[in-house]
Design a protein around this ligand. Structure first.
Ligand SMILES: NC(=O)c1ccc[n+]([C@@H]2O[C@H](COP(=O)([O-])OP(=O)(O)OC[C@H]3O[C@@H](n4cnc5c(N)ncnc54)[C@H](OP(=O)(O)O)[C@@H]3O)[C@@H](O)[C@H]2O)c1
Length: 284
């Protein structure tokens, strides 16, 4: 495959940083972005990445301006919508402001960045949009509602957009990650139960909190392995050679289990309730 140029959001750590390192190692070009000062990702610049400051919660016009500047340096072939964080909270307890903040980054940040890049892809009649989804976008877990809701929203955005841009030779794929060992669950990063507690949920809140603390640093997934597969899928190389790009790809055995449970559950409902489900059309 010819050399590609990638644009990656959220490159200060974890999956984003690993993407940049592996893209460069495989001989492609990359524009790495971070919120705040680009000195935060100086090591990636030293390794060969172009670096820009991009906070995905900036306004539409600010993000369009940054993308326009990036494009002055040359065309982009792939956008990786990676930036994100976790807001842990219970459905009833979590305040509207906290839901909004979580959506501002994980969903609307992705929408704004994708919309800023799509005109360029349309002009080139080529491009790939990568979404970093989650097992939390396939099945919800108690205490993870704000985060899971954003990742479910990404699934819908991707499903619709993919069909709208296909005739323009633009591809879209969502990778659904299980638990991967990054800083996402670190106490400095994960926002936990910030809203007014409701005593009826004390037990479930404590259990979730313990789970988050316990999984931090013990996630089974290796980010390098996931990133290598995601690059393979975009480039149609390695494990993806000769295969069609999938609509969505779960990564990690934990995510596979979540997807299987969801698929089997949906199929069981379809089969057991088929007569009822089919009974709702207007007569005649
Ligand atoms: N690791 C997992 O288990 C897992 C599982 C499923 C999905 N994911 C997804 O993978 C993506 C990357 O997460 P990670 O695991 O690599 O965690 P991470 O190490 O905490 O990295 C998250 C990155 O997103 C950046 N970010 C957060 N808010 C931003 C904003 N407003 N604008 C620009 N950048 C922002 C962070 O920058 P700062 O340094 O400025 O905060 C950081 O670079 C996320 O979308 C996450 O939901 C991860």
């Amino acid at each position: 495959m010819p050399q590609l140029t990638w644009l990656v959001t959220g490159c200060s750590s974890g999956i984003g940083e690993t993407f940049v390192q592996r893209i460069l190692a495989r001989g492609d070009k990359v524009v790495a972005t971070t919120r705040g000062d680009v000195s935060r990702i100086a090591a990636l610049a030293d390794a060969g990445a172009k670096t820009y400051s991009l906070d995905v919660t900036a306004t539409e016009s600010e993000i369009k301006g940054i993308v326009a500047k990036i494009l002055e340096g040359g065309p982009i072939d792939v956008i990786v919508n990676n930036a994100g964080y976790i807001e842990a909270g219970l459905a009833e307890e979590t305040s509207y402001d906290h839901y909004q903040a979580q959506f501002a980054t994980n969903f609307f940040g992705v929408v704004k960045t994708t919309q800023a890049v799509l005109p360029h892809f349309r002009e080139n009649k080529s491009g790939t949009v990568v979404f970093i989804g989650s097992s939390g976008g396939i099945g919800g877990e108690p205490g993870a509602g704000p985060y899971c809701s954003t990742k479910f929203a990404l699934e819908g955005f991707h499903d619709c957009m993919k069909q709208e841009v296909a005739h323009l030779n633009i591809k879209s794929v969502i990778f659904e990650l299980g638990f991967f060992r990054t800083k996402i669950m670190h106490p400095d990063n994960v926002l936990k139960f910030r809203s007014e507690p409701i005593a009826d949920y004390d037990g479930i809140r404590d259990l979730t909190s313990q789970f988050v603390d316990g999984i931090n640093g013990n996630q089974p997934g290796d980010p390098k392995k996931a990133v290598e597969i995601m690059i393979d899928v975009v480039k149609g190389e390695g494990v993806a050679a000769g295969k069609e790009m999938p609509d969505r790809l779960p990564l990690g055995p934990d995510c596979l289990a979540t997807m299987r449970k969801r698929c089997v559950g949906n199929l069981t409902t379809c089969n057991e309730w088929e007569d009822v489900i089919r009974s709702t059309n207007v007569e005649g």
